[in-house]
Design a protein around this ligand. Structure first.
Ligand SMILES: [Zn+2]
Ligand SMILES: [Zn+2]
Length: 144
């Protein structure tokens, strides 16, 4: 399944390929609420080589529990586009809201739901965890 996307100003464009069902999930943690300025963040977990990017980007890196996370944003309008972490080498987590048509897909999993905003009602039958799941449980939920 292929997607195209872009930042708010259009300087940076993305093209990516993922398996079906699309590995889309929602993170309700407080940092995702801050980063997104919204109730939760929508992420698509991608193999790094399957994400092509054009346009000038700015990066922001930070350390967390001995790992380095690097965030990639448009260098002009600062839309956050994806991140990489040394905890999961070879992967990119794309901010799904920048992708055309991703709004038609329902997330396969919800994580950090203990921090979710109380008005948001989780859909029944969808995988969910109070915090981060184990990588094995998470991958099994994303693979449908
Ligand atoms: Zn931009
Ligand atoms: Zn989060």
């Amino acid at each position: 399944m292929g997607f195209t996307g872009q930042c708010r100003c259009g300087l940076v464009r993305l093209q990516l390929q993922v398996d079906t069902p699309a590995p889309l999930y929602a993170c309700h943690c407080l940092n995702c609420q801050r980063w997104s300025g919204s109730a939760f963040a929508l992420h698509m977990l991608c193999v790094a080589q399957a994400v092509e990017v054009s346009g000038g980007m700015s990066t922001y890196s930070y350390e967390h529990e001995g790992q380095t996370s690097t965030q990639y944003a448009c260098g002009s309008c600062f839309t956050r586009l994806f991140n990489e972490t040394t905890a999961a080498p070879g992967m990119r987590v794309v901010r799904a809201g920048v992708l055309e048509g991703a709004g038609q897909l329902a997330p396969m999993a919800h994580i950090w739901v203990k921090c979710k905003q109380p008005w948001f009602v989780l859909p029944e039958g969808v995988a969910q965890w109070p915090e981060s799941p184990t990588p094995e449980a998470f991958m099994s939920a994303l693979n449908g």
